[in-house]
Design a protein around this ligand. Structure first.
Ligand code: AQP
Length: 337
């Protein structure tokens, strides 16, 4: 296999406000990878993905800028990383078309996200929702990204990205696209709903109390944790004691991720505590961690023109990478240009 520059790509949809799941499952890892300095880092607001389900144009614009503010407030530095919104780098959509012609219908039909989001009425879902993983593969492979930090929910899409890269390389007899590695680790790989510990915390869940939004104030955060579903048993002394307790496990996972400790370490300290007390500690910790991010987001949102400038500059830098890779792809495929 050819040698590829170590490069990280990852994205978040501006399909609603940022949740604690996006923050712990994705953003914290993004910042760590940026700061490690071992890879070039590219982070993206995937607005083209967001429109696979209906979006109100003004709300989408607002959410894209707010997500950018979230990236910046969480510690993404637009000088160290390339920070973009997908639609300003047209090569994403162009490569996605090529991949639509590489990926097979059967592969797409097996995707869990497609099944979950199209629900019982797949006939009425958009073609874009079905083709979503091909666009995601294009996002990643357009940068020849070698690593993608994601939550556990995205693992299947990463496997599909590798399948698309392998089929393209095989069909055209090249070693052009890398076999990208997912980076899924730590206690926050899957933060669950506060109302159902078996369901992922999600920004598009209709029940607001199911999630912590990064823009929630201290009072709201405390109330949401207080009402979070749990069980009557006290906390066990180690992670094995949480095996059949998804709601309890979720709250301990969140505590561990927010305090950057292991679950066993947290439980060694909190063994025997009842949820009434633990939830208060958890709320205090979450407020202490999230309040500076949310106030920085509000400060940044007061100057949307500056956010737009950052995104325009990010797109310029991104295209230094994406234009040559798309041109080479077109040459391999046989497009006259
Ligand atoms: N609950 C979660 N736990 C851990 N990681 C999560 N991520 C999302 N939710 C959790 C990670 O955040 C990144 C961006 O995800 P996305 O916004 O592009 O799409 P998503 O995974 O579909 O997130 P949502 O919140 O559920 O959005 P909607 O409701 O619009 O579909 C990914 O790395 C993801 O793993």
């Amino acid at each position: 296999m050819a040698k590829f520059t170590p490069r990280v790509f990852s994205g978040i949809q501006p399909s609603g406000g940022l949740t604690l799941g996006n923050y712990l499952g994705a953003m914290v890892k993004f910042v760590a990878m940026q700061e490690a300095g071992t890879h070039e880092t590219v982070f993206c607001m995937v607005d083209l993905h967001a429109i696979t389900v209906p979006q109100k144009p003004d709300v989408l614009r607002h959410n894209t800028r707010e997500l950018c503010a979230g990236f910046l407030a969480a510690g993404i530095d637009p000088e160290k990383s390339i920070l973009i919104n997908q639609s300003q780098v047209p090569e994403h959509a162009q490569l996605a078309w090529v991949f639509n012609c590489v990926a097979r219908m059967g592969w797409m039909g097996r995707m869990t996200q497609w099944k979950d989001k199209s629900g019982k009425n797949a006939e009425a879902a958009s073609l874009g929702l079905f083709a979503y993983p091909a666009l995601m593969a294009a996002d990643i492979l357009l940068y020849h990204a070698t690593h993608v930090p994601v939550g556990d929910d995205q693992k299947q899409h990463l496997e599909l990205t590798r399948d698309i890269a392998a089929k393209f390389n095989h069909d055209y007899g090249v070693e052009f696209f890398p076999m990208t590695e997912p980076v899924i680790e730590g206690p926050a790989t899957r933060i669950m709903s506060l109302r159902d510990g078996t369901k992922k915390m999600s920004k598009s869940d209709p029940v607001d109390a199911s999630r912590i939004n990064l823009t929630d104030d201290a009072d709201t955060i405390a109330k949401k944790f207080k009402k979070a579903k749990t069980d009557p048993d006290p906390l066990p002394g180690s992670a094995t004691g949480l095996e059949d307790r998804p709601d309890a496990r979720n709250l301990v996972n969140i505590y561990a991720a927010l305090s950057d400790r292991s679950v066993d370490d947290v439980l060694a300290e909190k063994e025997g505590a009842l949820f009434g007390y633990f939830k208060q500690d958890l709320a205090d910790l979450a407020v202490a961690k999230l309040a500076p991010i949310s106030s920085e987001m509000s400060r940044l949102m007061a100057d949307p023109a500056e956010i737009d400038r950052i995104l325009a500059r990010g797109a310029e830098r991104a295209r230094e990478i994406t234009v040559p890779i798309l041109e080479q792809t077109y040459d391999i495929v046989g497009m006259v240009r």
